[in-house]
Design a protein around this ligand. Sequence first.
Ligand SMILES: Cc1cc2nc3c(=O)[nH]c(=O)nc-3n(C[C@H](O)[C@H](O)[C@H](O)COP(=O)(O)OP(=O)(O)OC[C@H]3O[C@@H](n4cnc5c(N)ncnc54)[C@H](O)[C@@H]3O)c2cc1C
Length: 296
Amino acid sequence: MKAAPFSYVRPTSPEGVLAELSLAQGEAKIIAGGQSLMPVLAMRLGRPPTLVDISRVPAWQHIEVGAHVVRIGTAVRQRAVERHPDLRVPLLSRALPWIGHREIRSRGTVCGSLAHADPASELPAVMLTLGARLGITGPAGDRELLAEEFFRGAMTTALEPGEVLRYVTVPRARRGQGFGFAEMARRHGDFALVGITTMVQTEGDRVVQALLGAFGVADRPRLLDVTEIVAEPLRTAADTDAPAAVAEALTDAARELVTTGGDKHASAGYRRRLVRVLGGRELVAAFHDSRKGQSR
Ligand SMILES: Cc1cc2nc3c(=O)[nH]c(=O)nc-3n(C[C@H](O)[C@H](O)[C@H](O)COP(=O)(O)OP(=O)(O)OC[C@H]3O[C@@H](n4cnc5c(N)ncnc54)[C@H](O)[C@@H]3O)c2cc1C
């Protein structure tokens, strides 16, 4: 099937993008890398009369690396972030290679993935776990939201018609932080059945904070603070290098995180089991990583 007819504009300034969006009175669609939008158009699941291409706006093509945060402009491709030599955002670097295939990441943008908000996507869960901030610009001006405020449901975000997700700001790894990432998919490059993101912060042997994120488990990425329930099992697991006790401690957390029903690929019960097993493993990995990170 072919896409329904549409007009196509490619402004080269932020003002030009906003003007085109305003002209279309909420009917236009932004196109960034096109890796999610084009299949939607080709299947005629959407028929926007106008596409506003934001990929040629120089002001939006930068990765800015500061002392404590990295800011990724809206037109930055996923592959450019993956290949950046000095990000120091380990969770993001670990997750990126799991997105589709290299060719898809060479076109797809980080912000496009966030705006698309597929519940089985890696990047929304990464941003939620890291407490990233998303910069939005639109007819009413600029605003910034935390990732937890941005994702509202399956393919649904806080973006209003006429607004553009302009950047995402991600904290760089701090002293004593460690991270883990894992996903289970039917084939490499497929969307995840279940994915896990973890962050553990330690001071000496003490677990200060432990976060467990999950995607592919609900209508949006989920995050739980599991410090209380895993602090002790984590210290034991680190000595014996056996994550089973941590996984066991996550039984209730897995029940809370997985709210999706089963589908033809996996039952809800199987997804809960994956959350426990992968979550336990990646919390232990993050714990070890955090001890190395104490010299950061
Ligand atoms: C075969 C295949 C496999 C894939 N596998 C995965 C996978 O495993 N994991 C994964 O996460 N993704 C996967 N993807 C999707 C891919 O990561 C996309 O690149 C990404 O979801 C969207 O980024 P994009 O830049 O291509 O956005 P586009 O496709 O251009 O846009 C997607 C949506 O977001 C909106 N949008 C884009 N940018 C903005 C903005 N700045 N402000 C407001 N709205 C905006 C568009 O209007 C559109 O509705 C896959 C895609 C394909 C084709």
